[in-house]
Every structure is written in structure tokens, then in C-alpha cells.
Design a protein around this ligand. Structure first.
Ligand code: FMN
Length: 180
């Protein structure tokens, strides 16, 4: 299942990827004030505990603790503002609707139409205590979703920016944060 705002303009086929995916996916409108969410899939709702009606139209920072998410939030904001950045991963403390804290590994990538950024794709991975193979499986699922989205969006002047394979693996980002 996936839910999009009724008036959302999204590339053909993207909704199908959201529906079929088994990882958390989200989409925000970069051209609207405060970059609100305009689409989420079922896995996003399971991870966050919120229903689609509670999140669509809102900026995704509602998942962050009230006392601030630390400098990573500034990095996210800078990423969105900086035209030179295409995609990146961010490890940020978040809270589910029922108040459970978790570390969220958020991937963001920019979607352009006719060369202008219109949408931001987001994907979320909840870091659990003993993750084992989970981060590697997540990366593989995300890479496959991005590949499908790339094929679909390359028509009608859309382009999904980024070179996901060039980013550090989710496993190494999580391992690094445990050392620090
Ligand atoms: C598509 C999309 C998904 C996002 N997902 C999350 C998320 O799951 N958790 C989170 O803490 N922030 C997430 N963010 C980042 C926040 O919405 C926001 O951009 C960030 O807090 C920096 O901006 P601010 O300083 O104005 O809050 C997401 C942003 C976008 C565009």
C-alpha cells in the first residue's frame, strides 16, 4: 500500500515502486513551502507508527525529538539547500508516534524535472541493537528501488539524481556511529 496527496505531480511508475517496495519510502515536494511530504508507503507508516493522513502535508522533522536532533539536522538542511549535492545518508535520532526513540538512517535524493529540483525522495532504515545482515539487505533493496525509479523517471524530463553506490554502506555508517 502507498498513499499520495491527490494533487501530487509525480513521475509515472513511481507509485508502483512505492507499493512494491519492502523498505520505507517517502516523497516530499521541494517546490512547496517547508518541503511537505506528499507520498509515503506502508513501510514508512510501520516504521514511524503514523498513518498517511497524519504525515502527508507535513515536513518530516516531526519525527525528531523536541530538544533537537543535533548537528545532523543542519547537515540535512544544508544538503537540501545546496544545488551541488545530489544524494546522501544521515543518521538521526527519531521518535515513533508511541514515543519510542530510534536511530533513523535517512537517505535523501533529489528528483529534477527539466533540470529543476521538484521532489525529494527519502528512505528510512531503523537501526536496531543487533542488526546482523539487515543494513546490507536494506542497501540492496534501496539500490534496486533506485534502479527501477531511474528507469521510470528518465522519461518525461524527470531525473533522479545521485550515485547511491558511491556512498558509504549503511553498515559502515552505523558501525562508525557506535565507535564515536
Ligand atoms: C523526503 C524527505 C524525508 C525525510 N525523512 C526524514 C526522517 O525520516 N527523519 C528525519 O529526522 N528527518 C527527515 N527529513 C528531514 C527533515 O524533513 C528536514 O529536512 C530536516 O530536519 C532539516 O530541515 P530543518 O532544519 O528545517 O528541520 C526528511 C526530508 C525529506 C525531504
Amino acid at each position: 500500500m502507498e498513499t499520495f496527496l491527490a494533487d501530487a505531480t509525480v513521475p509515472d511508475g513511481l507509485k508502483g515502486v512505492f507499493e512494491r517496495s519492502n523498505i520505507s519510502l517517502s516523497l516530499a515536494d521541494y517546490t512547496s513551502p517547508d518541503c511537505p511530504l506528499i507520498g509515503v508507503n506502508e513501510e514508512f507508516c510501520e516504521l514511524s507508527g503514523y498513518g498517511p493522513d497524519e504525515v502527508l502535508g507535513r515536513n518530516c522533522r516531526f519525527l525528531q525529538p523536541e530538544n533537537g536532533a543535533g548537528p545532523v539536522r543542519d547537515r540535512m538542511r544544508a544538503f537540501l539547500q545546496d544545488e551541488g549535492q545530489t544524494d546522501d545518508k544521515f543518521l538521526i535520532p527519531n521518535i515513533t508516534k508511541d514515543g519510542r526513540r530510534f536511530l533513523n538512517l535517512v537517505y535523501m535524493s533529489k528528483l529534477t524535472r527539466k533540470g529543476k529540483v521538484e521532489l525529494i525522495l527519502g528512505s528510512q532504515f531503523a537501526v536496531r541493537g543487533k542488526d546482523g545482515q539487515a543494513p546490507a539487505l536494506y542497501d540492496r533493496a534501496l539500490a534496486e528501488d533506485l534502479r527501477q525509479m531511474n528507469v521510470l523517471t528518465n522519461e518525461n524530463n524527470w531525473a533522479l539524481l545521485g550515485s547511491f553506490e558511491a556512498l558509504a554502506s549503511s553498515h559502515s555508517i552505523i558501525a562508525q556511529s557506535k565507535i564515536e
